[in-house]
Design a protein around this ligand. Structure first.
Ligand SMILES: Cc1cc2nc3c(=O)[nH]c(=O)nc-3n(C[C@H](O)[C@H](O)[C@H](O)COP(=O)(O)O)c2cc1C
Length: 401
């Protein structure tokens, strides 16, 4: 089933390939996509490619007759069909035309005709991007509700480095996907912890756990989609930072605790979601030099307990008179509900999300999860097995009080 309808407008930038990369991301995420092309863009990539990759006719001429919904007038039917209209890439020319209400090509025509949410991903040489005329037009579009996926500094086609390089395709796809969610967390500040912490044995070795960080990253991404200001404090993971999320990298459990304390100092009110798999124990002693083989058959390690990070930040917030709501995760292998309930009280949680890390079809490393949400009043809710992003939505919508 389609997750939503996206019209991608394409203009004649050197970054035109990005429209196909974004298409690929959107298709994988389950969106239905149609293409609208400016006349000039057809000089850079043939419309045949856009048609072949979507299996749908493209709207590439204002006089072309295509009908998506019985409206009979092509631009009206595309404009009505779209839930989101995104221009990827957007040239200086198309930005300026749209801002002035010119509608002489399929892309600017749809821009004027549609009520859909609108996104623009500019791409151009830095002189063009920083030109006050382009900036003025972008500001005007912003003030009219367009979301600008800002270009970044990078290599430009003119063999220089500067701002104007089109944003990353995942970031553009994230911005589009976020349009499909209500901003129920707008104005809230949310900290998500993710991934494993690791405890050093010597300068080259460490002990860690199997957390991939996927659940925490999904929570951070979804919290951003829902309008929150999000900071993600993460252990060592191989995941891309979600668009618009501030990321802080940490290593050990103590690093995680210190990073959380800093966030609490910065804000008066926040919600902390403890999705990280925090090491409960650490080697008592960290060797300063790499431990060498000495032919004696190995060595032993003695572990000591790490502080309980959630309890500690609860106490810290209280000492600073800050309002911090805490949400815990319980990665259990047995007595799931009993263990989770004990943690709510001990750690002062709003609710706890319990998952069974023994199962290979969910939790650690998987893109899926199935959880039980246990509230402090004892109420229990089950979230059936689904993608972690969907599970994240189910968790976060319970924070929209
Ligand atoms: C190879 C090539 C690359 C171009 N790249 C860009 C670009 O990245 N950004 C931009 O604003 N204009 C770029 N231009 C200029 C636009 O194509 C030109 O302004 C054109 O009129 C834009 O038409 P459109 O906005 O209707 O697609 C490029 C032109 C050529 C020939």
């Amino acid at each position: 089933m389609s997750k939503g309808k996206v019209v991608l407008g394409v203009s004649a930038s050197i970054a035109i390939y990005k429209s196909l990369e974004v298409l690929s991301k959107l298709k994988k995420r389950g969106f239905d996509v149609r293409f609208v092309l400016t006349k000039e863009s057809k000089e850079l990539i043939s419309p045949v490619i856009f048609k072949a990759l979507t299996n749908h006719e493209v709207y590439d001429d204002v006089m072309k007759e295509l009908d998506l919904d019985g409206t009979n007038i092509t631009h009206v039917s595309f404009a009505k069909w779209a839930d989101v209209f995104a221009i990827v890439p957007a040239t200086a020319n198309i930005i300026s035309k749209i801002s002035c209400g010119i509608a002489d090509d399929p892309v600017s025509l749809i821009a004027l005709a549609t009520d859909a949410k609108k996104i623009i991903a500019p791409a151009m040489n830095s002189h063009m991007y920083l030109n006050p005329i382009v900036q003025e037009h972008l500001e005007k579009l912003k003030s009219l509700g367009w979301f600008i996926v800002e270009p970044v500094e990078g290599e430009l086609a003119c063999n220089t480095v500067g701002v104007g390089h089109i944003a990353d395709e995942n970031h553009i796809a994230d911005s589009i996907e976020s349009c499909f969610y209500p901003d129920i967390l707008k104005g809230k500040k949310i900290i998500v912890t993710a991934g494993p912490t690791s405890e050093a044995i010597d300068p080259v070795r460490y002990l860690t756990n199997r957390s991939s960080g996927k659940m925490g990253f999904a929570l951070a991404k979804m919290a951003k989609y829902l309008g929150a200001g999000v900071t993600l404090i993460t252990g060592r993971v191989c995941l891309e930072t979600p668009f618009g999320v501030r990321r802080v990298d940490v290593s050990s459990t103590l690093d995680m605790l210190n990073a959380l304390k800093k966030e609490i100092e910065r804000e008066n009110e926040l919600t902390v979601i403890m999705a990280a798999a925090i090491a409960d124990f650490k080697p008592e002693k960290r060797e300063d030099k790499k431990i060498k083989k000495d032919g004696n058959g190995g060595f032993g390690l003695h572990f000591i307990e790490n502080p309980d990070v959630t309890v500690e930040i609860g106490k810290y917030a209280k000492s600073l008179k800050k309002t911090v709501k805490l949400v815990g995760f319980a990665a259990e292998t047995h007595d799931l509900l009993e263990n989770a309930k004990k943690k709510i009280e001990k750690k002062g949680l709003e609710f706890i999300v319990a998952n069974d890390v023994k199962r290979s079809d969910i939790a650690f490393g998987s893109d899926y999860n199935e959880v039980v949400i246990i509230h402090k009043n004892g109420e229990i809710e089950r979230v059936e097995r689904s993608e972690k992003l969907k599970v994240a939505y189910e968790i976060l919508r319970r924070l929209a009080w």
